[in-house]
Design a protein around this ligand. Structure first.
Ligand code: HSE
Length: 380
């Protein structure tokens, strides 16, 4: 029997509690809450000390979200020799090196399968692949909320704020949904996946991103006219001298696997030397899909998985200058760099010749200061 201290009773926490209560091998002994919740009053506490000092609790499940106090609680639990399961990509990505070493030093598990891909068993399969094979690329659709919005926009013209509100009501969106729209949430998932896949230590702030905040119905209509679908795609790839990593709206063929991903679903793939491309599809957000991976992590720990997914990594240099492709660009502010790189018109935007990811993201970041409605999408 595994006694669990559950930190948080929000969308995911409640789902975890409900799943665990149906089992005889897992038991939630205490729940850290921020407000009174009558149905769990007998085990609820507002004081983390009640959990960390309870020697009968061997596993702490953190589903509070946000960096603080989640980081402090997770570190304290690992130091106290408790296994930790978390769905918190913000903490794992930001404190990757520190938390993975802390888990290793204390001989306990740090598992975060729900942090990348919600209900998809992506990280456990990536771990399994890496123990035998060499992964050359991880990529895909890693955010349910933004996919939900893009999918709706391809079906009929929609009001962006309205559809975002719907995703929030369905429990898909982050507390601050700008993380879903602008890419921060995806970047965290990409960093965790790449660090495991390549045994490295990418830092979030080094990975360029462009989100979907500025996409319009006219852009989508132009893409559809060309037989394309626009998806927000994250990629990390081995390069001869290091790694490349970025995320951006990407035009994929209407026949591709990515184009078919509906609603809050994610599609995450790796490319490895023995297996070639392998893809994982499922619900990337939502109460029970996400809770399932949290509960599965607890079961894996009981089954003997008492470490992180990959051995300690070392920093690799980011080489986004080595990856080049063409881009769709729409801006209402003329620019000499864009004029020099324009290959053809694609109203309401233009198509560029092949430019490096590094160069395009640097240009787009600067252009957004001049024209906050600017939008770019890579030609996949
Ligand atoms: N807000 C996230 C998403 C939740 O929409 O994918 C799951 O990480």
């Amino acid at each position: 029997m595994m006694n669990i201290g559950l930190l948080g009773f929000g969308v995911v926490g409640r789902g975890v509690y409900e799943q665990i209560e149906k089992r005889s091998d897992l038991h939630v002994s205490r729940v850290l809450v921020r407000r009174d919740i009558p149905e769990i009053s007998a085990i609820a506490t507002r004081d983390f000390e009640d959990i960390i000092t309870d020697s009968s609790i061997h596993t702490v499940v953190e589903v509070l979200g946000g960096l603080h106090p989640a980081y402090e609680y997770i570190s304290a639990a690992l130091r106290a020799g408790k296994h930790v399961v978390t769905a918190n990509k913000a903490v794992v990505s930001a404190y990757y090196q520190e938390l993975t070493s802390l888990a290793q030093k204390n001989g306990v598990a740090l598992r975060c399968t729900a942090a990348v891909g919600g209900g998809i068993p992506w990280l456990v399969n990536l771990e399994r692949c890496c123990r035998l094979d060499t992964v050359d690329e991880v990529c895909g659709i890693m955010n349910g909320t933004s996919n939900y919005i893009m999918d709706a926009m391809h079906k009929s013209p929609v009001n962006f704020d309205e559809i975002l509100r719907k995703a929030q009501e369905l429990g898909y969106a982050e507390a601050d949904p700008s993380a879903d729209i602008d890419g921060d949430d995806i970047r965290r998932k990409l960093v965790i996946s790449a660090n495991i896949a390549f045994s490295t230590l990418l830092r979030e702030e080094d990975v360029p991103m462009f989100g979907i905040r500025t996409v319009t119905d006219r852009d989508i209509a132009a893409f559809q006219k060309r037989g394309c679908v626009c998806k927000l795609i994250a990629t990390a790839r081995r390069t001869p001298d290091g790694v490349a990593a970025w995320l951006e709206p990407t035009l994929v063929s209407a026949n591709s696997l990515e184009a078919a991903v509906p609603a809050n679903y994610n599609l995450i793939s790796f490319q490895s030397q023995y297996l070639g491309r392998q893809s994982y599809f499922g619900q990337g957000a939502g109460r029970f899909p996400t809770a399932s991976n949290v509960t599965q992590d607890c079961l894996d720990i009981m089954g003997g998985k008492t470490a992180f997914y990959a051995p300690a990594g070392e920093a690799l240099t980011l080489h986004n200058d080595t990856v080049r492709h063409a881009y769709y660009v729409r801006t209402n502010c003329a620019d000499p760099w864009l004029a020099a790189h324009t290959r053809e018109q694609m109203v309401p935007g233009v198509l560029t010749d092949e430019v490096s990811v590094e160069e395009m993201h640097a240009w787009a970041k600067a252009q957004l200061q001049r024209d906050s409605s600017c939008f770019i999408a890579a030609l996949g």
